[in-house]
Design a protein around this ligand. Structure first.
Ligand code: ACO
Length: 409
């Protein structure tokens, strides 16, 4: 599948001569730092100039140089980053080839006015400000087991951990620490080498643990904070009581190393079988995401309940689900000798009918004919997939559905 995780369009770079732009042209930019809301060319990682908006700025304590936190227009927010002045196209500023994000700059003006009339020290953070704060990453990287991972987004973790550039995480208990030495001391005192909860799957070096959010609140809340570093598109719930967490681990002689997880509402009115799914970046693109998706559908089969992931899906979530759904459907249809209806496909795979239809549409295997969907498998043999990745072996799952599932059915 070749959908790109990067958004498609880059806005047109039309110069707008606003008041502030004029002052830039007069050379005032040399005397003061660049303003938040300014959109200007900035050197992207591949060396090309891309339009970027300044979301935040800070002064380096050693060099006194200003650093700017920028968002590249048309790029996913996980690519936002701090840049120094060497990455900024100063010539474009001089020539007025810049624009302003009117919302941010207007918001800033309003904020200034409000500040002068109502500048009480301990007032609550206003929604507009909060939105700006959450646009900027508050931790640069996490250390989890043997991997250091750059974070992608802001996470509302407890304030004592904000703005520590590296967050050290115990991979077994998910306790947060502010230094390597503190993590080492912590792990010397704690001998636990597995996640909490019950191991419900083990095959080769892969285990899955089921964890009750209402019982292991600390672990599950910290897992939610960690996953927020890599999830931007949806509200995560830090009240973890209503969720089960399914944590996937690689197992070796040292212990069970978390690689990813999905959460699932204990009772979902919308029949979601996954609330939130994550593979930690160090483990991504190895098939673990598809393993987790397939595991979620194996649980749905045991519950005999059709399921679907909670919407909206992120760009990477959609790529992974599309890939999983496509492979399952093509395998099933290739091996099916008898005519089969969408309803029957849904009953066999536990995939929701809408997900089946939309995937078959993308694959070009369905036509809408005289008011109904008709399978058209003429080009099914032309559909090729890469590696199937890690397979979930349903016979290695040791799990029975919860009683509430049956009561509510
Ligand atoms: N660029 C292009 N394709 C990608 C990328 C990428 N960065 N990442 C995954 N894919 C494709 C893979 O190529 C693969 O397709 P293929 O088998 O047809 O080649 C498919 O997606 C799945 O790949 P996996 O290796 O099985 O998945 P991975 O372990 O990387 O996990 C996941 C996927 C969970 C979405 C991961 O990217 C992630 O955690 N992202 C951040 C959090 C997120 O967005 N979660 C989903 C939110 S939606 C929800 O929670 C319901």
């Amino acid at each position: 599948m070749s959908e790109s995780p990067k958004d498609m369009s880059i806005e047109e770079n039309v110069p707008m001569l606003l008041e502030d732009t004029a002052s830039l042209q007069k050379g005032l930019w040399k005397e003061r730092p660049l303003d938040i809301g300014l959109k200007l060319p900035c050197r992207w990682r591949d060396g090309t100039w891309q339009e970027a908006e300044i979301l935040e700025r800070k002064q380096d304590s050693v060099s006194s140089e200003f650093l700017y936190y920028v968002h590249y227009s048309g790029f996913n927010r996980r690519l936002d980053e701090w840049v120094d002045s060497g990455r900024i196209d100063w010539k474009a500023i001089e020539e007025g080839r810049v624009r302003w994000n009117k919302t941010t700059s207007n918001k800033k003006k309003k904020d200034k006015k409000r500040k002068s009339s109502d500048d009480t020290e301990n007032r609550k953070i206003e929604p507009a400000k909060l939105e700006n704060i959450t646009k900027v990453k508050n931790v640069d990287r996490i250390v989890l087991g043997k991997y250091i991972m750059e974070t992608w987004y802001y996470s509302p973790l407890p304030p004592e951990y904000h703005h520590c550039s590296t967050l050290w995480v115990c991979e077994y208990t998910l306790n947060f620490l502010r230094s390597e030495a503190a993590l080492k001391r912590y792990q010397q005192r704690h001998s636990i080498r597995t996640p909490p909860g019950n191991e419900i799957y083990r095959k080769d070096n892969i285990s899955v643990f089921e964890i009750d959010g209402a019982v292991q609140k600390f672990y599950c809340r910290n897992l939610s904070y960690l996953s927020k570093f890599f999830l931007d598109h949806k509200t995560l719930y830090y009240d973890v009581d209503p969720f089960w967490f399914y944590v996937m681990c690689e197992v070796d002689e040292y212990g069970c190393h978390i690689v990813g997880y999905f959460s699932k509402e204990k009772e979902s009115e919308d029949n979601y079988n996954v609330a939130c799914i994550l593979t930690f970046p160090a483990y991504q693109r190895k098939g673990y995401g598809k393993f987790l998706i397939s595991f979620s559908y194996e649980l749905s089969k045991l519950e005999q309940k059709v399921g679907s992931p909670e919407k909206p899906l992120s760009d990477l979530g959609l790529l992974s689900y599309r890939s999983y759904w496509s492979q399952v459907l093509v395998d099933l249809l290739k091996n099916e000798k008898q005519p089969i209806s969408i309803q029957e496909i849904s009953e066999r795979t536990m995939m929701k009918m809408e997900d089946i239809i939309s995937t078959l549409q993308v694959l070009g295997l369905i036509q809408y004919y005289e008011g109904q969907h008709v399978l058209d498998l003429r080009r099914i043999d032309n559909i090729k997939f890469g590696s199937k990745g890690l397979q979930c072996d349903s016979s290695s799952i040791r799990w029975t559905p919860k009683l509430t599932t049956f009561i509510n059915k």
